[in-house]
Write a new protein. Structure first.
Length: 174
């Protein structure tokens, strides 16, 4: 059963996080950089690695393993920062995603992508676009626009303090 909304062959950038293979639609990727020094910013959420300077622009950097609740990995020579364009509502934001390593650009036909697994009502898998099948292995295809909430994006852009974002999330949950 194919995923609704995916009707044609699409190219994805694949990467590794804690020994699992993930993918992002290549149209969302600006560039891939070697991991370099990240400037730590006080009072940032734990998943925020800090900020980097890309051609004069301040770009927030997120550690995806921490964001997804996985164990934090040791940075190596293979560690990369994937610079992506994320659309939240009508606002486009550029941010960096730290990953263990980048693998390849691969094409996946629509019939090779299964819907995200239904794991119950308490676990939000809305950020998973689908599960790509290739060589008897699964690749988790992320909908990068849904990985972060609008409150988290506002926080990263300097619009909220972490306590305000947490209060808003709690208010929305009630």
């Amino acid at each position: 059963m194919a995923v609704s909304g995916i009707t044609e062959t699409t190219q994805y950038l694949t990467f590794i996080l804690n020994e699992e293979t993930f993918a992002i639609d290549i149209s969302k990727v600006r560039e891939v950089l070697e991991y370099t020094t990240v400037t730590k910013v006080p009072r940032m959420p734990s998943y925020m690695d800090g900020v980097i300077n890309i051609r004069g622009s301040v770009v927030p950097v997120v550690d995806l393993s921490v964001k997804f609740g996985m164990r934090e990995f040791e940075k190596t020579v293979n560690t990369c920062v994937i610079i992506v364009e994320v659309m939240i509502g009508k606002t486009q934001t550029v941010l960096g995603a730290v990953v263990d390593s980048v693998q390849e650009v691969m094409e996946l036909e629509a019939d090779k992508i299964e819907p995200a697994p239904s794991i119950g009502t308490s676990l939000d898998t809305n950020f998973i676009k689908g599960m790509g099948k290739r060589d008897e292995r699964f690749t988790i295809i992320l909908d990068i626009d849904k990985v972060f909430s609008s409150d988290e994006m506002a926080y990263m852009q300097g619009g909220l303090h972490e306590e305000d974002a947490v209060e808003q999330e709690l208010a929305m949950a009630v």
